[in-house]
Design a protein around this ligand. Structure first.
Ligand code: F6P
Length: 356
């Protein structure tokens, strides 16, 4: 059996742990298996850049961050656009056939799964694996990479806490997640943020300022705000993404973090600063929990391959590994539900979510 494997979209810790888990399963359980590493995600499948992997290529990578295969972003909306008499999907299908693959493993997030669904509809034997620090893939409780990023983002908040307290400042820590707020919610609660702003709960600047003021009046000169990259102000809530981007560009803002900091400073008089940890949240070694989870996920993908369960993507429900059909989850988003227990618990301990 010839199996191609690629990692697509933004990298994250634990990609290599998944690759290793899969390879170990495959060499141990699939007779005569050959694994082909495809370079830079769908990019390598489009251009035909790949190499036959050796068993030793998968050793010593359990705790290594990034991806040994390389990755790239290949926007879904360009997949079916014709260029030089062929689309990217057609090129990928043709290279899959040329390589003589029996199966293709795609490790990726929401966009990767949308493109994987196209490949499935073209008759390719695809198995998806749910990767992203954003944790927004529909149909799985958790994605690999998420828990490692929670640890990193939490440490950032911890470190900001001590300097904010020393100076009596309000500090906004912008956490990755341009669409959903899972990472901000978990790291915000774990880091003891006073205010947590998620894309799912549009915030009111006046409410945020009130919380900062109340804390100052209660003798807490500093406040910590965990704000998601994709956080939305109430006045923007009815806008389409394009309109939002246009409106923000008028003040030179991409995210609202700097704008909110300026407002807090002006309205409360509390010195306010912004910290953006950015890609640090995606880098480095995976956490112990992610390594264990990813080993399971990789091995399970190997099992799906062996059993010929194609057109599927690995899912984790509770303690159990299972799978969804790619076509059932592609294009859907797992938002943070407003009644999520972590939000309820936060409210119980006085965390402000910017809405009340
Ligand atoms: O999807 C993961 C993610 O890190 C998002 O949280 C973030 O908005 C985006 O990728 C950044 O992408 P890039 O690395 O391509 O700038």
């Amino acid at each position: 059996m010839k199996i191609g494997i690629l990692t697509s979209g933004g990298d994250c810790p634990a990609l290599n742990a998944v690759i290793r888990g899969f390879a170990k399963y495959a060499y141990n359980n699939i007779k005569g298996v050959e694994i082909y590493g495809i370079a830079d995600g769908y990019g390598g499948l489009i251009s035909g850049e790949y190499k036959k992997m050796k068993q030793e290529d998968f050793s010593g990578i359990l705790n290594v961050g990034g991806t040994i295969l390389g990755t790239s972003r290949q926007p879904f909306k360009k997949m079916q656009v014709e260029e030089n008499n062929s689309t990217k999907v057609q090129k990928m299908k043709s290279n899959y056939k040329k390589m003589g693959l029996n199966a293709l493993l795609t490790l990726g997030g929401a966009g990767t799964h949308k493109s994987a669904a196209l490949l499935v509809s073209e008759g390719l034997n695809v198995i998806g694996l749910p990767k992203t620090i954003d944790n927004d893939i529909f149909g799985t409780d958790v994605t690999f990479g998420f828990y490692s990023a929670v640890d990193v983002a939490t440490e950032c908040i911890d470190r900001i806490h001590t300097t904010a307290a020393s100076h009596g400042r309000t500090m906004l820590v912008e956490i990755m997640g341009n669409k959903v707020g899972w990472l901000t919610l978990y790291a915000g609660i774990a880091g003891g943020a006073d205010i947590i702003l998620l894309p799912e709960i549009p915030y009111d600047t006046a409410v945020v300022c009130k919380k900062v003021r109340e804390r100052a009046e209660a003798g807490k000169a500093f406040s910590i705000i965990a704000i998601a990259e994709g956080a939305i102000e109430k006045s923007e809530a009815g806008l389409k993404k394009k309109e939002r981007v246009q409106k923000r560009s008028e003040t030179g803002d991409v995210t609202l973090t700097n704008r909110l900091a300026r407002e807090i400073n002006a309205r409360t008089g509390v010195e306010t600063r912004v910290v953006i940890p950015g890609h640090i949240q995606r880098g480095g070694s995976p956490s112990a929990l992610d390594r264990a989870l990813s080993t399971e996920v990789g091995a399970y993908a190997g099992y799906l391959c062996k059993e010929g369960l194609f057109g599927t993507t690995v899912a984790i429900r509770g303690e159990r590994l299972t799978y969804n059909k790619i076509e059932d989850i592609a294009g859907k988003t797992k938002w943070v539900p407003l009644e999520h227990p972590m939000i309820e618990s936060g409210r119980r301990i006085g965390v402000c979510f910017g809405d009340e």
